[in-house]
Design a protein around this ligand. Sequence first.
Ligand SMILES: Cc1ncc(COP(=O)(O)O)c(C=O)c1O
Length: 387
Amino acid sequence: MPAPAIQSPPARELVARFGSPLYVYDAGQVRAAYRAFAGAFPYAPLDLHYAIVCNKNRYLVAALAAEGAGIHANTPGDAFAALEAGVPADRIVYSGTNLSADDFAFLLPRGIAMNLDSLDQLRDLGGRAPVGLRLLIDEPEAANRIGVTQAELPEALALATITRLHMYAGTNTLSPARFLACLDRLIAASDLLPDLEAIDLGGGFGVPYREGLPPLDLAALGHEVAERMEALSARRGRRIGLVVEPGRTLVAQAGTLYMTVVSVKERGGRRFVGVDSTVGNIVVPSVYHPYHRIEALEPRGGALDVPTDICGNTTHSRDFLGRDLRLPALQPGDLLAMHDVGAYGYAMSSHFLNRPRPAEVVLDGGNAILTTRREGFADLLSTWEAP
Ligand SMILES: Cc1ncc(COP(=O)(O)O)c(C=O)c1O
């Protein structure tokens, strides 16, 4: 089911207070998603690490940490954001690729657990810590660049004490079968690891952005995963931990981007609705996600049968926030909501097109908290050196 529009306080009030365009997240919805996710995996020990790459909003990170989540970091910057948000280093798991000497120098002294993905990187680590290994979960011929192959495992074992095996099924995966096929390979490979402590199922749990798309059946997936983990633990004669790194699935549906209609043109049987936001503010749908629901928040009547494009406030030829939609009559000043933008929304926004980024507000317990200030022009040039 698509997430309901955020009702309280009303969008109009939030935009009056914090400006437009505006990212708004519902903290209660994030906590509920976390609890539902944790409840779907009936296995212990279970350790969930929120993948901060998809949204590093400090308030949401702290809320998830308070629920018991650790953090999954993709980059030292991810880990830095987690530490700054108050997450202890021993609650961070780092699954990276192509780490430089500086990256190791940042992560290792802090005691951040790592999953590495090549023999070269194990050599770079040089036995300084026990480590997790990212396994290629597709056939070696597949164009998948992440991980070591099964054939490389013996050499990997000679280079490091490997305590964890890690996989990543691919982002926005809606098929339980894909996760289970990867997990089966991971578990089979884990038989070679004498020091195995945990299996890391990674992230990638998908979200149904389109109306009518069936959601990933997490309960069924969690049950199957737990069964396999029980069998593995029984074979090993000790409990093997299960680590999971959900990102998108915890926050996507809790986020909405409010924007304001600036101008409306109708010609050639099409409607072009111009708004005060841009694909620089949210790198969708032209670049990353194929589709986001867009809704008129104060509709005057039903949807018109006129193909409608939602156009960003730049002349970049791909600056469309939605295409071929059916929306009600619209006029300047009307509010639109783009739904399900809590993951890879603000996180992928940029200074491309030189529109400053929107503010972020979190709704929690009836309060609206400004968590990220709106940028101004000076932010666009903040890295310029003095002439
Ligand atoms: C290793 C790893 N784990 C977890 C995630 C989070 O992915 P998602 O937001 O699709 O769950 C990512 C995303 O890049 C990742 O690379």
